[in-house]
Write a protein that binds this ligand. Structure first.
Ligand code: GDP
Ligand code: ZN
Length: 490
């Protein structure tokens, strides 16, 4: 484990060529570096200097802007030196190497992924939820995701979490004050209207959870898998949804042997759509590998589109497919090629005969419906709902809008909701845990032989869950996991 006290350096800009490239150095004492690299004993903090960056012999590696930030007024909270040179891979590599060489006596080393942001967190420049939002902003795959990442990064989400925590502490302090006077316990709850205060806190938590859930959808996107027999139009549907030619479309069954992933954005929500090898019995080894991979993708999906050919007779294979789909994942039964249906063929088709050709109910167990099988709560859909059936034409685009809207609905996306806070699974879990403890607290308060110290204890646990979001007490292990997923230089 490397030390949080070493000075660190890294190229902060993306690899490759660019107009500008930045090498960033952070540490408690990096002034000797300034002298060695820039040939000046002093740089005024927050002033831009246009200077040559010098190698050990005093020759210029590049020239550009040098900026010095003085602790604690910097991104990391330490002294920071930023060298903005020309953004070529060789220039940047030489400049970084030169910094490491000149800073050797200081113990300057290469920064690990996310280490600048980790320092910012350790030095109280940001809390943990804000630090995570920095990474999420960089990774944002839609404008809406970027916007809500900024809300979390600038502290709006943390602020609400903290305000809620403060209210819980306030209530708890009242209770604890009463605990020393047992004869007053019973009257306490009435006197301070404790249950109503608690109800207010609980309803605010519900609101916060809703906004965080929407944000989690924006952050994660939705993993959709296209499955079905060969030639039903999976690749064509992917292309139609994506709006350009990404998958190989051919009239020969069994063409898509490997997976093709396309990301599309609907209403700001990213959908990662996986086109898979057609599912069928086969002796071809390569094709069989593709089919195995298809089942692996299906197991990981948030939603499965089970695509069928509306013009074909339903085959037992489709019932087999339906039976093998994971029970907790929502399934859309989508019938493609409806443009080929005429009034005459409609009645005999898989789509037209509806119920008669629908895979039997046994093939879709009751919980194989619209509840999202992920840790976020089941979408608000009745458990006995039929699997969604849709008729589409990948060729004409018929029915695609309905399909898009159904996909958003199953994700739990609510376009009319309050602006989301980009949240992670970790945050949702913490909010849900806090909610459980507040529910418990209320249950204690509702009992006739209520025990105030249990009430107080549940409040304490709810508060602990909330503080884990902003990271007031966070283990090094968790910090390691969170920051290792950042890019280097951030
Ligand atoms: P996949 O094997 O399931 O990926 O199927 P493809 O997307 O490769 O399509 C198989 C064949 O069906 C191709 O000839 C497509 O042009 C055709 N096809 C796909 N969708 C439609 C549709 O909506 N209408 C019609 N008429 N043909 C389609
Ligand atoms: Zn295909």
């Amino acid at each position: 484990m490397t030390s949080d006290h070493d000075p660190i350096a890294a190229i902060a800009t993306a690899p490759g060529r660019g107009g500008i490239g930045v090498v960033r150095v952070s540490g408690r004492n990096i002034d000797t570096l300034v002298e060695a690299l820039l040939g000046r004993t002093e740089l005024k903090a927050r002033h831009a200097y246009f200077l040559p960056f010098l190698d050990a012999d005093g020759n210029a590696i590049d020239e550009g802007i040098a900026l010095r930030f003085e602790a604690p007024h910097s991104y990391t909270g330490e002294h920071v030196l930023e060298l903005q040179g020309h953004g070529g891979p060789m220039v940047m590599r030489r400049l970084l190497a030169r910094c490491l060489e000149a800073g050797k006596a200081l113990g300057l080393r290469l920064a690990e992924p996310g280490e600048f942001t980790r320092r910012a967190f350790l030095n109280d420049r940001l809390d943990l939820a804000q630090a995570e939002a920095v990474a999420d902003l960089i990774d944002a795959s839609s404008e809406a995701a970027a916007r809500s990442a900024v809300a979390s990064m600038t502290g709006a989400f943390s602020h609400e979490v903290n305000a809620l925590g403060d209210q819980i502490v306030g209530l708890r302090m009242l209770v604890e004050a009463t605990l020393d006077f047992p004869e007053e316990e019973i009257e306490f709850l009435e006197k301070y209207d404790a249950r109503r205060t608690l109800a207010g806190i609980r309803s605010e938590l519900v609101r916060l959870l809703a906004r965080a859930r929407q944000g989690a959808i924006l952050r994660e996107g939705l993993h959709v898998v296209l499955a079905g027999r060969p030639n039903v139009g999976k690749s064509s549907l992917l292309n139609a949804l994506a709006g350009d030619e990404v998958a190989i479309v051919t009239p020969i069954a069994g063409t898509t042997r490997d997976k093709v992933v396309q990301q599309i954005v609907i209403d700001g929500v990213a959908l990662h759509i996986v086109d898979t090898a057609g599912l069928r019995e086969t002796d071809d080894t390569v094709e069989r590998l593709g089919i195995e991979r298809t089942w692996a993708e299906i197991a990981k999906a948030d939603v499965i589109i089970h695509l069928q050919d509306a013009t074909a007779q339903t085959e037992t294979l489709d019932e087999d497919i339906a039976r093998r789909l994971p029970p907790r994942t929502p399934v859309f039964q989508v019938f493609n090629k409806v443009d080929l249906l005429t009034d005459q063929t409609f009645g005999a088709s898989a789509w037209g005969t509806g119920a008669a050709n629908r895979p039997s109910d046994a093939a879709y167990p009751t919980d194989n419906r619209l509840g999202m099988g992920t840790a976020s709560e089941p979408a608000d859909v009745p458990q006995d709902a039929e699997p969604i059936r849709l008729a589409i034409s990948a060729r004409t685009g018929d029915g695609l809008d309905a399909l898009r809207q159904a996909l958003l609905a199953v994700a739990g996306w609510n376009p009319g909701a309050e602006s989301p806070y980009l949240a992670r699974e970790r945050h949702l879990q913490a909010l849900l845990k806090a909610q459980d403890h507040l529910d418990e607290a209320d249950a204690h308060a509702a009992q006739s032989d209520r025990v105030l110290d249990l009430f107080a204890e549940e409040l304490r646990l709810a508060h602990d869950a909330l503080t884990s979001i902003t990271g007031a007490f966070t283990s090094d292990d968790l910090l390691g996991v969170i920051f290792s997923r950042f890019c280097i230089g951030k």
